[in-house]
Design a protein around this ligand. Sequence first.
Ligand SMILES: O=C(O)CCC(=O)C(=O)O
Length: 256
Amino acid sequence: MSSTEVDVDFFRENGYLLCREVYDAGEVEEMRGALERILETVAGTTHDENHAWSGVAQEAVLKGFHNVQYHDAAFTRAAANPRLLEVLTRVIGPDVQLHHTKMLVKPPEQGAPFPMHQDYPFFPHTRHSVVAASIHLDDTNEENGCLRVVAGSHKQGPLEAHGPSNTLEVPLEDGEPLPARAGDVLLFSYLTIHGSGLNTSEAARRNVLLQYRDPADEPVLENGVEQHVNWGQGMMVAGRNPFYWQRHPKFQVMPA
Ligand SMILES: O=C(O)CCC(=O)C(=O)O
């Protein structure tokens, strides 16, 4: 990937950008290993819940775990990968801050779909700088539930969403399927309408999703408190945080 391939105008116009070969085969393999170890660790424990979104078929399964960089340093390296930062600094600006991370595994033949939604209602901000980087650990296509986006939908701004999963009345088919290769990253604004279909293939579809923002972008507070907070939030991956003393998380260690 070279900097000339970062088509910032395309991102601004369409609200997404598919960046090819951001991670090399070795980096993908390292993340696959780390992700499989997380799955092995939770298997058979109370942590191994189905994280499929509300409203999807009951047999559909999603293995979705947050804070992956606290499980394995492979994800810390991935979150601060220089090739990814080259893209993020062109799209967000020189200062880039991690907001949160998660892994999403759609198991074979029953991997849960994501109904169409914007990410905005889960973690609203005032300047809408929040951008997702979805790292593909497997080749994706329509059969295994690749991501779909509605190009240009970010320009509509925040839309009225429904239910606990903040879904929109937009059929999945309205989203353009974006098949990708392992190592590719799909960037999209948290205002871009997106979703993905069921994984009906014989193999798992594994993605790691990292959310970033400009540290100057203030979260919308509820009763004076930011709602979507987790450890690792606020880590600077590029530039500096001029707002550290005004806004930083205060965590309390609680018994598990
Ligand atoms: O990875 C996917 O299929 C979709 C993930 C997604 O839309 C989300 O986590 O908001």
